[in-house]
Every structure is written in C-alpha cells, then in structure tokens.
Design a protein around this ligand. Structure first.
Ligand SMILES: [Zn+2]
Length: 119
C-alpha cells in the first residue's frame, strides 16, 4: 500500500487550504446559517466523490465486479449479494477502477483491514 501520512509541513499546507476554504464558504453564506450548512454539505459530498467517485459510478462497478466474480466474495469465495458487498481497493491511490478493486463481504473486508492494520 503506497498510501502514506502527510509530513508536518504537508499537513500544515492542508490546514491552510482548509482555513481558506472555510473563510470562502462562510463569506459565500453571507451570515445565513442554513445556506452555510447546505454549502458545507455539498462541498463535503463533492470532496468525497473526488476521492471515491460518485455513487452511481461505484454502483455500476459493484454490479460489474459481482458478475465478473460469479457472485462470490473475493476473500472467502462464498456467495454474496450485491447489496451489502463492498469494493476493496488494492491501492487506495488508484481509486475505484475495475483493475484496482475486488468485491467482498462487509465482514470479510473488515477482517482483512484489521489484519492489514487499518482502522
Ligand atoms: Zn467473504
């Protein structure tokens, strides 16, 4: 896994960016707390899509992986429904692509993540 932690300087840079974005969003809301809430929500969702792809794209990928794996979990090889299954990225940096993911049971995914020392 080439995923890594930010250095102290990189984290400071990210914090500076966040402070700038917060100031911009607060300004854009113009003192309206409901608009501020809605703007924050939209930005949070869009940032998540930037990293993970949008839900429609992931849903399509899950269906394709389910078919490609004959409806079986890539970890335990037991049958699995699309609903409740999860995409597991080999390398988080490479995102949710057919080449970089496998479809697994939620429980198998969690156990695998714990084994690898995540979470
Ligand atoms: Zn499984």
């Amino acid at each position: 896994m080439p995923s890594r932690r930010l250095t102290k300087d990189e984290a400071a840079k990210a914090d500076t960016l966040l402070a700038e974005v917060k100031a911009m969003v607060t300004d854009a809301a113009g003192g309206d707390p409901v608009l501020l809430f809605a703007l924050r929500r939209r930005l949070a969702a869009r940032l998540t899509y930037w990293e993970r792809g949008n839900p429609a794209k992931r849903k399509k990928l899950k269906a394709a992986k389910h078919k490609a794996q004959d409806g079986r979990c890539a970890i335990c090889d037991e049958p699995m429904g699309v609903k409740g299954s999860e995409l597991d990225r080999a390398d988080p940096v490479d995102g949710y692509t057919a080449e970089n993911t496998r479809l697994v049971h939620h429980a198998c995914h969690r156990q695998d993540q714990e084994t690898k020392g995540f979470r």
